[in-house]
Design a protein around this ligand. Structure first.
Ligand code: HGY
Ligand code: MN
Ligand code: MN
Length: 422
């Protein structure tokens, strides 16, 4: 890719409006707004349907063509001079965690919209079509595992794999997809299988490094590996007042022992292992009933493929050894290895940041992103911006307006470069 020759020295960046981007971020945050300033806009929810409609309205005002697919990925297209060529995709997700922040995902979609608006304002139509994308269910909080939309788009998962997944209330992905897609009858539904020319995603870092190093932009070197599991501990309901301890098969007590044994097995003095039990459901969850069942989640991450394999493979054995008198089953939902983004894309982003005079550094991603699945099908890169104290998946998540604008300027120029040179 001969990027260097065509790196625009700010022709596009000068049309990026930080204020317009910020206003849209604040407006999108109204969909699922929470009292402490965050958002609860979970995948395929009514809040997400309303937010999508707002995105489509904004896109149509600048002449973009909206479309979707059977996995409810949303595409907003700006036609290039050679529309038959595979497009360049830029975007992220607009679904959130239940107590999420305003910027996780939303920044990536709205910075992509702002980048296309700047490219249009420059009045030089790029060779390739540029498509803004909002991937369905990146977060995986309501329906697990996450990144369903990008995984199905890239062929890493089949649509049939995700349709039967249900949320805590027993509602299926299939019924919610139907609800959402029938709420948008005007959107053309496109087939799967398109291979983009490239994909770029801008995202908040969700860590403290850029802020501590006082850098405006992070050029992401790669994403650490991740394995997720569901553990089910089965005991037996009994009366809290009459059943003696010796006779109890208490699923909660057993689950606590299992989590404790897992924490010990995952213990890492260097503090590189990321082991999280985030979801813990007790049934029947009644004060005077000995718990009969506990289902809990495991989210295990590590940058080294062998360590991730070794630790993840140990989980079933550790669970079995700690279950005492209860039954236990362990189901692995996801095993994504560590990945490294192509140097050609990273160097191009670096050249753009240098040309714009935006401070930058290379940085690895501890968080997962849809860019993982696009990386498996096309040249892919990510840009980070700092977030305050590295806080994310938390209503207190916040960014500086200038960092959002600077990151978007880099994204806009990098997008225009790719759309003309790749
Ligand atoms: O969990 C993750 O890494 C992503 O932020 N959903
Ligand atoms: Mn995200
Ligand atoms: Mn997230």
């Amino acid at each position: 890719m001969a990027h260097q020759a065509l790196i625009a020295k700010g022709d596009i960046a000068k049309h990026v409006s930080g204020a317009r981007l910020w206003n849209r971020l604040m407006e999108l945050a109204q969909f699922g707004a929470l009292p402490k300033g965050g958002v609860n806009r979970q995948a395929l929810s009514g809040e997400e349907i309303a937010a999508r409609a707002c995105l489509v309205r904004w896109a149509k005002t600048i002449g973009l063509e909206p479309s979707t697919d059977a996995a409810a990925n949303l595409f907003l297209s700006y036609r290039g001079k050679e529309p038959a060529l595979p497009p360049v995709l830029i975007g992220s997700h607009i679904d959130s965690q239940p107590t999420g922040g305003k910027f996780d995902g939303a920044l990536g979609v709205l910075a992509a919209l702002e980048s296309v608006e700047a490219i249009i304002a420059n009045r030089v139509r790029p060779r390739r079509t540029v498509e803004i994308v909002a991937w369905m269910n990146e977060e995986g909080s309501r329906f697990a595992p996450g990144m369903m939309g990008s995984a199905v788009f890239s062929g890493a998962r089949k649509l049939s794999d995700i349709l039967t997944v249900r949320d805590a209330a027993g509602v299926s992905v299939e019924s919610e997809l139907h609800r959402l897609l029938t709420a948008e009858p005007q959107l053309r539904q496109r087939p799967f299988g398109m291979k983009p020319a490239a994909f770029l995603e801008i995202h908040i870092e969700q860590g403290p490094v850029l802020e501590n190093k006082n850098k405006s932009v992070g050029i992401v070197t790669g994403i650490q590996g991740k394995r997720t599991f569901r553990v089910q501990v089965d005991g037996e309901e009994a009366h809290a007042g009459t059943s003696p301890r010796i006779a109890r098969r208490d699923a909660l007590v057993a689950a606590i022992d299992v989590v404790h044994a897992l924490q010990n097995a995952m213990w890492d003095p260097e503090d590189v292992v990321r082991f999280t039990v985030g979801m813990f459901n007790v049934t029947p969850n009644a004060p005077s009933v000995v718990p009969a069942r506990v289902v809990f989640s495991i989210d295990l991450r590590h940058p080294d493929v062998a360590t991730l394999r070794k630790l993840g493979d140990a989980i079933p054995e550790v669970c079995q050894a700690a279950r005492v008198r209860c039954d236990i089953s362990v189901k692995e939902l996801l095993h994504d290895p560590p990945l490294e983004f192509p140097k050609s894309i990273r160097h191009m982003i670096q050249s753009v940041a240098q040309a714009l005079g935006v401070s930058w550094m290379n940085i690895a991603s501890g968080a997962g992103h849809d860019a993982r699945y696009l990386h498996y099908v096309c040249p892919t890169g990510m840009i980070f911006i700092p977030c305050r104290n590295g806080i994310s998946h938390n209503e207190a998540e916040s960014v500086q307006e200038t960092h959002a604008a600077d990151g978007t300027r880099v994204l806009a120029e990098a997008t225009f470069t790719l759309a003309n040179t790749i």
